[in-house]
Design a protein around this ligand. Structure first.
Ligand SMILES: Cc1ncc(COP(=O)(O)O)c(C=O)c1O
Length: 386
């Protein structure tokens, strides 16, 4: 019999970084290790009750039991526009400037597959969220990494792209996973200018749109909405990661391309999820504001404690991650040791690209007492390595 094998585009995909971390944690638990898993950005808190109630009501409504339209529900489109108006002072046309997706991961896929031709260059940050590279491979795009360096506060220096003449898109992600850096207006102005020079579009991954410790994170659309599209999500702001709902906003032509790709590739989004997302975005935002304070308390505890222990901690201004330098270039082996000898699962920095080597990423997705225990285990690890 002829060998059965996956298509070349699937064979070309990298190992899923987060799935590999999950496997390592599951194996350690089978061996009886009490693992504190801070390796993934999976929020631990429940979705606020008013959103859950909106979902329960929407699920019971027979109008949500059939195929939904491939267009964004008007209430959800308006709710996305409301958040942009109230949070960022930006007026968007809900009919042409927004789209909804099964999470920002899918919105990123739609942006890259919908806007980047095979062989064209896609500029992605290094370190950066691994899905950009995956999407680029599916699109047959040429990945060009843009180094983000600590000395510049992990903000891009576009002179690193001086030898590049053309790119279909420049993709950034502020607030930045994994380092917690946030953008300044100049960051986005330079990104828009660079996209223009390269003849491409600018995509900002705004997944941590609400998680800023020095005020609300800046939307790229405050700088430009003519060649820019921003993708965002309810996963982090409302602790709705399992619900799979996110959105994009920006230039109408880019939104149209993404919607078109989405309708063909992913079909439609459960109407009840859209109704609940509209309730989350248009309703009372106090739970979202309280969530920032919860993560701030966790960040303060972890940053201060690790510093006292002598770790090299980068101060996060946004996201719910803490980026920590280790005295070991092999961060993968270091993370393996942390898991097997101390029961702490962290994300090794090189999983985010070569620029992440020598770092680990800690997610603040546990209550304070568990995070305190995590820092005690890290102290023991530091003592063990001297
Ligand atoms: C930077 C970044 N972008 C996108 C996503 C995808 O999130 P979701 O698909 O839940 O919206 C994540 C999730 O961790 C992320 O960290």
């Amino acid at each position: 019999m002829t060998a059965l094998r996956a298509a070349a585009r699937v064979q070309a995909l990298p190992t899923n970084f987060f799935a590999a971390l999950d496997r390592a944690v599951a194996e350690a638990r089978v061996r009886g290790i009490d693992v504190i898993d801070v390796s993934k950005g999976n929020p631990d808190l429940p979705t606020p009750p008013h959103i859950v109630e909106a979902m329960q009501k929407a699920v019971a409504d027979p109008r949500n039991h059939g195929y939904p339209s491939s267009l964004v529900r008007p209430a959800l489109g308006r709710a996305i526009a409301t958040r942009y108006r109230e949070d960022h002072g930006i007026d968007l046309d809900p009919d042409t400037q927004v789209a909804a997706f099964h999470g920002s991961h899918e919105a990123l896929m739609a942006a890259i597959l919908g806007l980047v031709d095979p062989g064209a260059a896609l500029v992605v940050p290094d370190p950066g969220y691994p899905a950009y590279e995956t999407a680029a491979r599916l699109a047959g795009a040429e990945v060009r990494t843009l180094p983000l360096v600590r000395a510049d506060g992990y903000r891009p220096d576009f002179t690193a792209l001086a030898d590049l003449d053309a790119a279909a898109a420049v993709l950034l992600n502020f607030p930045h996973n994994p380092t917690g850096a946030v953008a300044a207006p100049a960051t986005f102005e330079a990104a828009v200018a660079e996209s223009e020079r390269l003849g491409g579009v600018f995509v900002n991954d705004f997944a941590y749109s609400s998680l800023g410790y020095e005020g609300r994170p800046l939307s790229a659309l405050t700088v430009d909405d003519t060649r820019t599209v921003e993708v965002s999500t309810l996963s982090k702001t409302y602790s709705m990661a399992g619900w799979r709902i996110g959105y994009a906003a920006g230039a109408p032509d880019l939104i149209a391309a993404m919607r078109r790709y989405q309708a063909h590739a992913f079909s439609t989004i459960f109407g009840a999820t859209q109704d609940a997302a509209a309730a989350a975005l248009a309703g009372d935002q106090s739970a979202a504001h309280e969530l920032v304070e919860t993560y701030r308390a966790r960040r303060d505890l972890v940053v201060a404690t690790l510093r006292t222990q002598g770790w090299d901690v980068v101060d996060p201004a946004g996201t719910f991650f803490v980026w920590v330098g280790i005295d070991d270039a092999d961060d993968v082996a270091f993370a393996d040791r942390l898991l097997s000898s101390h029961g702490v699962a962290v994300a090794p920095g090189s999983g985010f690209g070569a620029g992440g080597a020598g770092f680990i990423r800690i997610s603040l997705v546990h209550p304070l007492d568990r995070l305190r225990e995590m820092t005690e285990r890290l102290a023991a690890a530091k003592r063990a390595t001297g």
